[in-house]
Design a protein around this ligand. Sequence first.
Ligand code: CO
Length: 195
Amino acid sequence: MDGRRISEIMSIRKIVTLPDPVLRTRARKIKVFDSKVQRLADDMLETMRAAPGVGLAAPQLGRSQRLILVEYAEADDDPEAPPVPPKLFVVANPEIVRHSTETVSANEGCLSIPGYLGEVERFQSITLRGYNLHGKPLRVKATGWLARIFQHEIDHLDGVLFIDRATQVWKVEDQEAVQVSPTQDESRKRQAVSS
Ligand code: CO
């Protein structure tokens, strides 16, 4: 199947929530990069955008495979600057190969744990290695929120959730009104980043 036909049949799927055991299972490596994996990535993309979320891991669609998507616009420091379009990363078998010693705490949510937020400490910057959907190796360097989202998604592949790492977790009364105020170096308020 070519890309166009695949994109025509992609669909929004139900996001698995706790206590589904798939969220606590270590996912399998992707060994064959075929149209099934492409189809899974397409469904993940559409489901993530509809949620909306900034990242999604295959176990969140009930598929115990090491595939993550991250789509995030890195904010410019200058508030007058035009908005940066979000960048999409699709990574199979991601692995963090380097990370900063510096860590930062910020609030996170998860589409698989609706209604809760937690304060989680993450590495400030990471380098990850993985593969694209054609099985070609890729490498991504990320800092700040982008690095945080990658760490959150990679945790999903090991059955780890933000509530396991959080220093505190709290229930959100009105999800529509949720605002997360990120770390000091990112002063602008953002919408809750759930992934
Ligand atoms: Co999540």
